[in-house]
Design a protein around this ligand. Structure first.
Ligand SMILES: [Zn+2]
Ligand SMILES: [Zn+2]
Length: 275
């Protein structure tokens, strides 16, 4: 690895992160930058050395940790449209609503506390608010940072898409477990678009199993985004269709578990994409 001087950037491709991210087939992927060259192992990830008795042994090089992080990142399933999203480019300057700045601070605090407690931390965040306020941007940015800077295993799941896959899987004799299991055991999971859709009894049963499993496993952390609120909207436009609360959408049992598992983060204001 090259040495860095205080303010100059050695590699313009990766700005000295030593990895580059891109959108490949709809998912964000990270690869080692061409500037990343480990002099200790010449890129093999392994070092051959002799012990005191003259016996050769192979040990893992320090750079193997870097490669593990890239692998974790590429298994996280982050949607490709979030390739450049990070906490540093989440827009909070006025006229954006002040709740967005608060949401950004809460996201940064979450990472700090999670890292300080070395993962012995069980409470996640639930981002609630109208579409277009950047809830998924924040949740994705948190897991990107946890993976790349701290080597934490994280995954992203769009719950609506997962349900569709499960439904499709029935026709091909694939059990729902095969779709759900990769997610239930992961250390930090982003559940995006919770409560989107009709929420039929079948959907609620799957969701209940999903959330209960993570709830009972108390070293798992869940980050949730949802367009629904825990309370009815105060300035609800009477002309629009009646809006449901999150509890009405997912039922009291799942709702109360979620409220225990996650701290609430409310986002308000106008849709980013319409400003
Ligand atoms: Zn580079
Ligand atoms: Zn190495």
């Amino acid at each position: 690895m090259k040495s860095k001087t205080a303010n100059s950037v050695n590699c313009n491709t990766c700005r000295d992160h030593q990895y580059v991210v891109s959108n490949q087939k709809g998912k964000v992927r990270a690869e080692a930058c061409k500037c990343f060259a480990c002099e200790s192992c010449q890129g093999t990830g392994r070092i051959l050395e002799e012990d005191a008795n003259g016996i050769s042994r192979i040990r893992e090089c320090q750079c193997a940790d870097f490669n593990k992080r890239l692998k974790l990142f590429n298994q996280a399933g982050i949607p490709g449209k979030f390739v450049h999203e990070g906490l540093d480019n989440y827009e909070v300057t006025p006229p954006r609503h002040r709740s967005l700045k608060d949401a950004l601070t809460r996201s940064r605090t979450f990472i700090k506390e999670f890292v300080q407690m070395k993962g012995q931390y069980s409470q996640g965040l639930i981002f609630m608010g109208e579409p277009g306020l950047g809830k998924t941007h924040l949740a994705v940015s948190i897991i990107k940072e946890l993976i790349l800077k701290h080597g934490v295993e994280c995954k992203f799941v769009d719950f609506f898409e997962l349900l569709r896959d499960i439904r499709h899987g029935y026709g091909e004799d694939i059990s729902e477990g095969e779709f759900i299991n990769p997610y239930v055991g992961v250390k930090v999971l982003v559940v995006d678009e919770l409560a989107k859709g009709r929420n039929t009894d079948w959907e609620i049963t799957i969701l209940d199993h999903f959330i209960s499993t993570r709830y009972n496993d108390d070293d798992k952390v869940t980050l949730v985004t949802t367009n629904f609120n825990d309370k009815p909207a105060i300035d609800d436009n009477k002309k629009s269709a009646p809006s449901y609360t999150l509890e009405e959408k997912i039922g009291p049992r799942i709702f109360s578990r979620l409220m225990e598992m996650c701290k609430k983060v409310h986002l308000q204001g106008k849709d980013f994409r319409q400003v």
